[in-house]
Write a protein that binds this ligand. Sequence first.
Ligand SMILES: *[C@@H]1O[C@H](CO)[C@@H](O)[C@H](O)[C@H]1NC(C)=O
Length: 395
Amino acid sequence: MNNWRVAGKQRLLLVVALGLLTISVLFFLPVSNLSSVSNQEQQQKELDVTSAPEQEQQKTSTIEPIEAPLASFEPDDPVRACFVILVRNRELDGIASTIRQIEERFNKKYQYPYIFLNDDDFTQEFKDTTSLLTTADTRYGKLDNQMWGYPSFINQTLAADNRAEMAKSGVPYAESESYRHMCRFQSGFFFRHPLLDEFDYYWRLEPDVDYHCDLSYDVFKFMRNNGKKYGFNIAFREFGATVPSLWQTVMDFERDRPEVVKHWPVREDSLWRFVTDDNGESYNLCHFWTNFEIASLDLWRSNDYLKFFNYLDQTGGFFYERWGDAPVHSIAASMMLRKEEFHFFNDIGYRHTAYTHCPVEPEFRSKCSCNPDDNFDYNPGLSCYSVFKKALEES
Ligand SMILES: *[C@@H]1O[C@H](CO)[C@@H](O)[C@H](O)[C@H]1NC(C)=O
């Protein structure tokens, strides 16, 4: 819990960002801003004590600076975080129910803003109702055609043929176009929506779910202070028919883009074994259920992930098959992050459809309203929680 030391990568980003800031200050404000220059130098000096070797710094300085999170922080410094909710007007009751629980269990103390996104305009009723559920900020955005629509390279006839074919085998949402747009949006675009620009972490919420437990600490500070990038509470096994060529496409990416893959941790340090049981021969269909996610936005905004997403997207698999954002996020995170950057939110009791994560330890009985007998973690065949635990432990 007290391990809030700044991760090396964040430190580097700050050094780069500070360097650029100093340069721009010197360039644009040669006289008037001397005090802030010396301020920068002071901070630079403090940083130098802990900064990485020179060689490393040079390597990163060629990377375009992204909006880096506050790299030097005290544990209590505020976190730039929000709830992000993709929702339709007709799901108002369902999302109101979710927000009431989130407010009661967590956010009345912390006041994190809510970002609502929709492929349509939100109605006034939707905005009025949802904004009255919280004293925190609420903001509403619409998705454009790039984020929610067919890219030009998709053959829509082929996509329709494949949907009809998939429906015959009884796959959930086999025929749905909007479900596919949703999965593609959640895989490659939500973190690039302008309403999320000012944030570093998000918590994804959905309509008609239950949050069962009181939380008495700031989960976003927990994420930042402990160097966590990806948090989940249910690990599930995917329907194989939705992702027949996904794994091969990931393997092709690794073969074709070694300059990206070389930034990734070695297999032993990553969570690689969460997604493959046979050392990469095949995908074991394990994924984190993304309808709940507390994660770093920088993970998805990274050049590495964007290249990965674009590569997948170009194959058309989101439309010709039915690739979910859950397997896409999970495979990417399992390859790009180090094991210790994942966090299992055991204390966030949660129900989505028929599946519940309910913490079973006795200390949660006074905080949670769920029944531990409903806990999904060890569901044989469907849950991948044991695979996660094993992947964490193995090296
Ligand atoms: C699109 O897919 C259909 C169905 O497979 C095929 O007949 C057609 O030739 C394709 N069109 C293009 C432009 O590739």
